[in-house]
Design a protein around this ligand. Structure first.
Ligand code: GNR
Ligand code: NI
Length: 172
């Protein structure tokens, strides 16, 4: 298990569409372990594989608040089966868009079908933060970031800031 560097926008890889996983084997489980370590270290409540440069349709998540009650969740090849027509706004952030936050409106409930850590098919009904986070992560699989929902001006200001921060870094 190891902590990997998280890619920061602007980065072409973050715009790639991730590929479905053929089967959940040891290689995928190793990746999920690394993703979870990376997410906890950040710290964040979710992470898509592409954020560490791997274009596979894999997401890890833990929205539990307590430090000593970890509730890791693993989603392989997730598909949204149902989205509520009702929406809610949530202040979102993203580990690939550090220190930037914005209210994003999304369906407040969704149903997602996926394979778990052991490759078993699961169906989950999510609401609240879990629903928000699943949709945020699933956007990553399509190369979409939450700043894409902002006005052109806000988005370009954020990208400009991030470019500046990145130019002072060794690791991109
Ligand atoms: O850590 C994260 N927090 C968060 C807060 C509100 C909505 C979505 C998120 S996901 C984010 C981690 C991340 O970037 N996942 O891709
Ligand atoms: Ni994100």
């Amino acid at each position: 298990m190891s902590v990997k560097p998280i890619l920061i926008e602007p980065n072409k890889l973050l715009r790639k569409i991730s590929k479905p996983v053929k089967s959940v084997g040891d290689e995928e489980r190793r990746l999920m372990d690394d993703m979870l370590d990376t997410m906890y270290a950040a710290p964040g409540i979710g992470l898509a594989a592409i954020q560490i440069g791997v274009p596979k349709r894999i997401i890890v998540m833990d929205i539990s608040r307590e430090e000593n009650k970890k509730e890791p969740r693993y989603f392989v090849n997730p598909i949204i089966k149902n989205k509520n027509n009702e929406t809610s706004k949530y202040e979102e952030g993203c580990l690939s868009v550090p220190d930037q936050f914005a209210e994003i409106e999304r369906p407040n409930e969704c149903e997602v079908e996926y394979l778990d850590y052991n490759g078993k098919k699961q169906l989950l009904k999510a609401d609240g933060l879990l629903a928000t986070c699943i949709q945020h992560e699933m956007d990553h699989l399509e190369g979409i970031l939450f700043i894409d929902y902002l006005s052109k001006l806000k988005k370009s200001m954020i990208i400009k800031k991030l470019s500046k921060i990145k130019s002072n870094r060794i690791i991109v």
